[in-house]
Design a binder for this molecule. Sequence first.
Ligand code: AMP
Length: 443
Amino acid sequence: MSRASAAMGSRTLVGKYELGRTLGEGSFGKVKFARNTQSTGEYAVAIKIIDRHRVLSSHMVEQIKREISTMKMIKHPNVLNILEVMASKTKIYIVLEYVGGGELFDKIARQGKLKEGVARRYFQQLINAVDYCHSRGVYHRDLKPENLLLDSHGVLKVSDFGLSAFSKQEDGLLHTACGTPNYVAPEVLNDKGYDGTTSDVWSCGVILFVLMAGYLPFEEPNLMALYRKIYKADFSFPPWFSTNAKKLIKRILDPNPLTRITIPEILENDWFKKDYKQPCFRQEEDVNLDDVDAVFNDSEDYLVSERKEKPVSMNAFELISRSQGFSLENLFDKQMGLVKRETRFTSTCPANEIMSKIEEAAKPLGFNVHKRNYKMKLQGDKSGRKGQLAVATEVFEVAPSLHMVELRKTGGDTLEFHKFYKTFSSGLKDIVWTSDSNKEEAS
Ligand code: AMP
């Protein structure tokens, strides 16, 4: 295997963790799957990798340090747990509990809207998480579908609490131009100073609407038109919403943060209270915060380094046998219960032809294509909603006449990505090679 072998075979270690595949790319940088090499059992984690200089040079270091310390102490069943933080000379690594159930919104993308009772159950868990973090002085400020993950039992875990300061630009404005503004409260958009409590409540309302409707309450192809709709809370309900659900959502999506419903009021709301289960958990008493101090005090004493271990050579047969079913269908590759937002396929076409086909399939969908060696980034035009999508692809040579192609969503709205992926994958059908065993599995 030529240039692919180094990428596929080497091990990268950071401290005691062995880094694995990329799980996603958020507003801060990459999130990688990792394994704790010092644990006897399978100890999977997710590691968020952030540019250290950007953090240390920002005027928000103290806020970031305070919020990460608080989040390390929070052990709530619906909040993604921060296990530890580490730093190298150039990067900060936030080690998180790994959850294998994917994003909540993948469910909607696959099955459409949720039944009211199911949506209510997720909403209750979301409100519990938000309420608890607010009570500890931590606000999310960027609640959106990508931050709502599910564990393998289907329990909601809200990620990125306390990390919002990382995604702020120098001027302190929320980074909405890169993310999706659909979930952002009107007072955040006009940035006249806002209260994290009420703006998080607004985002929860948008999320509840999407869970029950299967589409967004505010959606416009043009940003200014979208902002206007959000400022006026100009939306309408689909006919299947119950009267009580409509009443609650109307009170949440109140454009005036001063009259908007509060969390204590939501907790008393009849629609919300139905089948409500109190979260049960115990607060961790003695959490060690030495790692957080070490990362932020600029000392060189505790730095870790990224080390690469010798490449392990792998031939085509080993590679194929490691991967279950290369096909365009398994966007949600469920191996060992893990859901990935990426897919791979094999092709017997030459690498250049594969890259041109990908380009041909992506361009009519409004994507700009950036090529570097055998990697491509498909980046949409930022003005439209579709434009917020980003897809990374890479072609590996497995054998002289066999290539493996990886496709991964690296940014953008989950619902949009699924729409894009359907059209895109049908444009690639004729370059995909399927082994006989895979054909049998599929049939
Ligand atoms: P974020 O930067 O939190 O938006 O993360 C980007 C993507 O990485 C998410 O949308 C998830 O798909 C994935 N991800 C983030 N954290 C985890 C985690 N702890 N476990 C599994 N997947 C994760």
